[in-house]
Design a protein around this ligand. Structure first.
Ligand SMILES: C[S@@+](CC[C@H](N)C(=O)[O-])C[C@H]1O[C@@H](n2cnc3c(N)ncnc32)[C@H](O)[C@@H]1O
Length: 352
């Protein structure tokens, strides 16, 4: 796409979320707004969020990881700010929850309830900040290099006409060891040009959905050689006309995590490392779920590959795990499932 086409796509999306849609009832498909089962803690925070914010929530998952106290969190394409406000509560008064969005109408609703929400959370100072900007150019929105602990995003990156640029920005702004945790729409094959160019399909988060293998390639291009899938649900397109246009293409709503780490490998390698979860993460006394194939039961030793060890040791999770072993001895490939380079179309993440 040339610059004019890129800008036109952004204008179309802005128009769709600013003018066409009045609430999530107007959506033609359930691609945005698939209902992930929300954790109880998040459900109870949402009960305290203004209905107008919730009416215009167009997310496709629950991209809110554990262990956010005191963190600085950035929500890409925050819309009316549901997730920014949920995070505001979770980071606490000394953390910071920043949302960036390009659409005035969405941001106006987000801004409108800032004082009300801060009062409801009983904060004496405001810990949310909504900024108008493009997720492809976070510098312009004032987000500095290595300044963010966690980047989240809910059903937005599919809408960007320049996804590689978005990930480049994400890895620029994340602190070393920082986490990207997002929900979005992925596909098992590249979408056809015709479907991509269909304005309704694009606005409904389907036309720009990322082919999972291209996602893996983009991350690898920024040095992130392993990502993990937390949730993965096939989307049924209920609108008959759109379903016909989509044909056999399969769409998935996925929640994915990746870290800014410079020691990840493209395959899971076995260094004989063992991880023990100490049961100390708030809300997770019995077990911590890293991804769809790693549940760390408190105090139970689990043999992990070098990448998993790094994700637990070189990130904000470090205080909550004990890891034995280092990378001085190598025992070969970790004996487990598909590595990123063999990722299959069901969207399995990297690692064992
Ligand atoms: C499907 S809605 C999701 C909104 C919000 N995350 C939520 O869960 O309600 C997509 C949002 O992303 C914003 N958006 C799309 N592309 C963007 C871009 N390139 N830069 C900034 N915001 C963008 C739109 O304005 C819209 O508010």
């Amino acid at each position: 796409m040339n610059i004019t086409q890129l800008n036109q796509k952004k204008m179309d999306v802005k128009n769709y979320y600013g003018r066409v849609l009045k609430s999530n009832e107007d959506l033609k498909t359930s691609a945005c707004c698939t209902t992930d089962r929300l954790p109880d803690e998040i459900k109870s925070i949402i009960k305290n969020i203004e209905p107008e914010i919730l009416d215009k929530f167009y997310g496709c998952g629950s991209p809110i990881p554990k262990l956010l106290k005191n963190c600085t969190v950035l929500d890409l394409g925050c819309g009316t700010g549901r997730d920014v406000y949920v995070v505001s509560k979770l980071v606490g008064e000394n953390g910071m929850s920043i949302g960036v969005d390009m659409t005035d109408e969405q941001l106006a609703v987000a801004h409108k309830y800032k004082d009300v929400q801060m009062k409801r959370f009983e904060y004496s100072k405001c810990n949310v900040d909504f900024r108008k900007g493009y997720i492809e150019d976070l510098k312009e929105a004032g987000i500095k290099d290595n300044s963010i602990d966690v980047v989240i995003s809910n059903c937005v990156i599919n809408l960007s006409p320049d996804k590689a640029q978005v990930f480049k920005e994400i890895f620029r702004v994340l602190k070393p060891g920082g986490e990207l945790y997002f929900s979005d729409i992925f596909t098992a094959s590249r979408v056809s040009k015709k479907f991509h160019d269909d304005a309704l399909a694009y606005g409904e988060c389907l036309g720009g959905a990322l082919y999972i293998e291209d996602f893996r390639r983009i991350l690898a291009g920024f040095g992130c050689l392993d990502y993990r899938v937390i949730a993965n649900k096939k989307i049924e397109i209920d609108d008959p006309a759109l379903a016909q246009k989509a044909g056999p293409m399969e769409f998935y709503s996925m929640t994915v995590r990746a870290f800014k780490l410079n020691d990840l490998e493209d395959r899971c390698e076995d260094y004989g490392q063992v991880a023990y979860y100490q049961g100390t993460i708030d809300g997770c006394p019995n077990a911590f779920i890293l991804d769809d194939h790693h549940t760390f039961v408190t105090d139970k030793p689990i043999l992990v590959c070098g990448n998993t060890a790094s994700m637990l040791m070189n990130t904000r999770y470090r205080k909550h795990f004990k890891i034995t072993g280092d990378k001085s001895r190598h025992f070969g490939l970790f004996p487990c499932g598909p590595a990123p380079s063999e990722t299959n179309s069901t969207g399995k993440g990297g690692c064992c």
